[in-house]
Design a protein around this ligand. Structure first.
Ligand SMILES: Cc1cc2nc3c(=O)[nH]c(=O)nc-3n(C[C@H](O)[C@H](O)[C@H](O)COP(=O)(O)OP(=O)(O)OC[C@H]3O[C@@H](n4cnc5c(N)ncnc54)[C@H](O)[C@@H]3O)c2cc1C
Length: 439
């Protein structure tokens, strides 16, 4: 950790309500503590307001947090690694539509326009997020590399600068770092191997045999896209049979069912999900897919695996256009060995998930579970890290976007109450002539 030039004067004007993001000129306010070249420190507003909120990440979770906090009058600054909002959505595959409904996927108090339809397209969702971001101060091309607590405030450090804020909300995404298993022989594979996050459309795969590894929503939808886009043979390799649901149950979107049952006993919801799958999807064993052993709710809670929401996959599976093979065991030059099958695909698309990738940011603060996800989720903070919040690191049955909006609202209430307390303390101190902040 490099030396940090700290000035107590950074809090001298805590009553200042300006939310401008200005350099905090430590040089003129405090004597350097050492001769080493510490990055400059920036504060939210002219000084670090006691209710200031630094949000890291301008995806849906960060924007939801910023929007809800600003609605409550808090000083908010977002920092974003990329050059625009909604970066993850810009790189998702072309045919993607939300599998959660328009009405249940919007940011707090900002409904997605009805013109986007029930199942919002990727591009319409990006346009909507851009609209939501208007008026929110966002500093782009600013990748936070590490967060530390110093002198009762949080410091977020980039390669060249540091930012100080009373509250920090980490919203860097559940699907942050693409994961490809270290399959034996992988590096010597003669064909193309990409992660699902690199897939855009089937154009590059026309006429070529492709193996999709993994049966989550991305894997299933990419397999369907490959078939429709003119790929050669399409296989999907599956280790554990997925829980599968239709997007709609009659007139009701499946997501409504998730919301209706999320407080019911897990065992009951599991049994219900298996029954609903039997009745609405039926037996797929003739197509290589056994019925799942676990219910959908346990699968979400224990394995972080949301059900496969059918958006065209089943029709191709039943018609034999997508063939199920066992999980990938290893690669052998041009071959991929999946159980008893030896395939020779021209390309493998690893739809094998992501990691939250929070280790570098906060690993040293001991706030992460062995899964790499935070132990405490907003609106709660870990007791060893007051005022540091994590949002969006769950994959709930109610839908990630729906949950993020709900949590952002609750977090804004918590931050606003704390901010009022802190501001009144500063005001009281100022009235008493207690100038302790001036060092
Ligand atoms: C293919 C796919 C489809 C999905 N469809 C749905 C759906 O239909 N409904 C649903 O509810 N959920 C869906 N999800 C889940 C989805 O990831 C979330 O709903 C949503 O994008 C999460 O938003 P987020 O802000 O938490 O993360 P992200 O969208 O990943 O945003 C994180 C932001 O943080 C920035 N960032 C990362 N690290 C740093 C750093 N160190 N410093 C500064 N900035 C940083 C990133 O550049 C990014 O802009 C889908 C996920 C995938 C992969």
């Amino acid at each position: 950790m490099p030396d940090v030039q700290v000035s107590h004067a950074s809090r001298a004007s805590a009553l200042n309500r300006s939310a401008a993001f200005v350099p905090f000129n430590t040089g003129s306010l405090a004597a350097p503590q050492s001769s080493s070249s510490a990055p400059p420190i920036y504060a939210l507003g002219e000084m670090a307001r006691p209710d200031s909120v630094l949000v890291i990440g301008a995806g849906p979770a960060g924007l939801a947090t910023a929007a809800a906090a600003r609605d409550r009058g808090l000083a908010v600054q977002v920092v974003e690694a990329a050059g625009s909002v909604a970066t993850s959505w810009r790189s998702h595959y072309d045919r993607l539509h939300l599998h959660t409904t328009r009405r249940l996927s919007g940011l707090p108090g900002r409904p997605i326009p009805a013109a986007a339809g029930t199942w919002v397209s990727r591009d319409d969702f990006i346009a909507y997020l851009e609209e939501c971001a208007r008026g929110i101060p966002i500093r782009f091309q600013t990748r936070v590399e590490r967060i530390d607590r110093e002198d009762g405030a949080w410091r977020a450090r980039t390669a060249t600068e540091q930012f100080e804020a009373t509250n920090v909300v980490v919203a860097t995404g559940y699907n942050h770092t693409a994961q490809v298993p270290d399959w034996p022989g992988r590096d010597g594979f003669a064909g193309d191997l990409i992660h699902s996050s690199q897939y855009r459309n089937a154009a590059a795969f026309a006429g070529r045999d492709v193996l999709v590894a993994g049966s989550g929503n991305s894997g299933a939808e990419i397999a369907a896209d490959l078939v429709e886009g003119g790929a050669g043979r399409v296989w999907i390799s599956i280790r554990t049979p997925p829980n599968i649901v239709r997007r709609n149950l009659g007139p009701l979107a499946n997501q409504h069912l998730g919301i209706a049952v999320h407080r019911l006993p897990v065992g009951f919801v599991d049994r219900l999900s298996l029954l609903v799958q039997r009745l609405t999807i039926g037996d797929l064993s003739a197509h290589g897919l056994r019925s799942p052993a676990k219910g959908a709710y346990s699968r979400i809670l224990e394995d972080g695996q949301i059900p496969l929401i059918d958006a065209g996959f089943l029709a191709h599976l039943r018609a034999g256009r997508i063939r199920v093979v066992p999980a990938v065991d290893r690669f052998n030059r041009a071959e991929v060995l999946c159980g008893d099958q030896r395939l020779q695909p021209a390309a493998v698309i690893a739809a094998t998930g992501y990691r939250a990738g929070l280790e570098h940011l906060v690993g040293h603060l001991n706030l992460l579970a062995p899964t790499g996800r935070p132990v405490a989720h907003a609106p709660d903070a870990h007791r060893d890290a007051p005022n540091l919040y994590f949002i969006g690191y769950t994959n709930p049955i109610v839908g990630n976007l729906h949950e993020v909006a709900r949590v952002a609202r609750r977090l804004a209430v918590v931050l606003s109450a704390k901010g009022k307390d802190a501001l009144s303390k500063v005001e009281a101190d100022a009235r008493r002539g207690d100038n302790s902040f001036d060092g």
